[in-house]
Design a protein around this ligand. Sequence first.
Ligand code: SIN
Ligand code: FE2
Length: 217
Amino acid sequence: MTADLFEPDPALAGGTRRLGAQALLLHGFALPWVDALWPALQVVIAQAPPRQLLTPGGQRMSAALSNCGAFGWVSDRRGYRYSAQDPDSGRPWPALPVSFLALARAAAAEAGFGGFVPDACVVNRYAVGARMGLHQDRDERDLSQPIVSVSLGLPAVFLWGGARRTDRAERMPLRHGDVLVWGGVDRLRFHGVAPVRTAVHALTGAVRFNLTFRRAG
Ligand code: SIN
Ligand code: FE2
C-alpha cells in the first residue's frame, strides 16, 4: 500500500470515494436499481420477516435481520454462523432476487472485483435508534471475495475503522442508494453503524435498510 492511493484518484468518477487500497464508496450507485430492489425486498421480508437476533453473549441486537440467497447469517447463544435454513421457519431463505444479484455484481466490478457471485445477502432493518457495533465480517469461508453493502432509506453514519478494533474509526455519512465495496487488503476492516437518527424517508418511512452481499459458502 502506498500513500498516494489515498490522494484524489483522477480515474475515479465524481461520485466515488476511495476508503482504502481496495475499498470504495460509490455514492448513489444503487439509485437506478431502486425501482426493482424495493418491491423485491418486500417479497423477501414477507417470506422471512426481520427479527432481532441474540448475540452469543445474550444481548438482543437493535437492528432486525433477515437474509436471502443460498446462505443466511444467523446468531444465537451458540454463536455466529451461516445457515441454509431460516431458523424461524425451518425453510430455505428466499432466493436472491435477480435485481439484487445484478447490482451486487456491477458494484463489485466497479471496485475491481470482477466475477463476484454472492450467495448470501444479509438484510438489516434499522428503526430509529438502532445501531451496529464495530465488528469484522469474518464468518465467510473465502475471504478473497469482497463485501458489497447497499444503503436504502434513512441516512446513517457508517463507522469505518481499521484492522484493529482500537483503530480510530472514520464517521462517514451513508445515504439512500450509496454502495460500499471492500475486499482484498481491506476485507477485515472493523466497521459499524452509529444510532440511526429520527427522520422520515419518502420511500422507506422511518427506517433504514442495508443489504450486505457476501460469498459465504
Ligand atoms: C453490517 O456491517 O453488517 C451492516 C452495515 C450497515 O448497515 O451499513
Ligand atoms: Fe458487517
